[in-house]
Design a protein around this ligand. Sequence first.
Ligand SMILES: [Zn+2]
Length: 395
Amino acid sequence: MFVIEYKVKGSQNQYRAIDSAIRTGQFVRNKALRLWMDAKKEDKISKYDLNKYCAVLAKEFDFAKKLNSTARQSSAERAWSAISRFYDNCKKQAIGKKGFPKFKKHSRSVEYKHSGWRLNPHTKKHITFTDKIGIGKLKLIGSRDIYFYQPEQIKRVRLLRRADGYYCQFSISIEVKEELKPANQNIGLDVGLKYFYADSNGNTAANPRFYRKSEKKLNRLNRRKSKKYRKGKKQSKNYHKARIRYALAHLKVSRQREEYAKKLARCVVTSNDVIAYEDLNVKGLVKNRKLSKSISDASWTQFRKWIEYFGFKFGKITVAVPPQYTSQDCPKCEARIKKSLSTRTHACKCGYVEDRDIAASINILKKGLSTVGHTGTQVWGDLPSGSVGGGKGGF
Ligand SMILES: [Zn+2]
């Protein structure tokens, strides 16, 4: 299982509805806990009893009925996971406090299972909550594409509140086909112009300039095609031949790129446990015409896609970190050393000297390791729903 997280955007009324869903979930959890507390030992209250109790609550309280039934159940499961943790501690005769379950006052999240929500297949960036709680359609903000996965792979949908707004997490199950031994090594990657990437171990991977190499050929083919173009007339057989030649040459280059990105990504993922890289807005960067050829050439987007793909496949952790200051800060003393794009070396007052891109990749790894557990992909595991997300700041 892993998690994809989006920030959500909606109206104030929708946010109030999310709050109300969270409150209702908390109510169900606490009521379920109360049922267990008030029961006698010989009643032998089980997880199953708490689940059944959700329906009773829905009958008794109109507002509880408004919340989707799977969300009510998840809430009861949270109560059960607190109870079973307590039982476990007693059984293990843990020293000190056994963690008797407490009532929650400040829940931050509510969790749906397979129903009560729907992804919009057309816009691909909206989720609609269909229960009576009134959240409705929310916009999903984030770069990950949830549509990469089949709907039945989405096991849980969680709404959570943080200090800076509301978030939606999808817990996705994928088959990890190959279990690898831990590599006991983490890596930060800085993708750039000079190299394809520089990593936090001080290595660099060369930049393949497929496009540049084949540029001449592509230009020639393009010229041939244009010469044969007849404005306002039916195009000749020769024009179509030239057009196809040109298209095929392009395709060849793009396949070369893809292969290179894939090969490199696989290698990086299999030899590391945590892979951190910058969350670059490549579209924004490519707008700069001067750089654009090298950047699309270096095929960062493809590289990232494959890193994440192999990350899932091999059960590794991949983290995209915000790119601010990664190329400015000193990895050793954290002083901020401003430099222009043409300054290739990081030289700090503390005596630390390193290639600019390698220094950046060390910063990226540091950032990545400090945010594992907050953003990006992390291992959710098959934990009971209550054991994550209830605490400070969600995760
Ligand atoms: Zn320094």
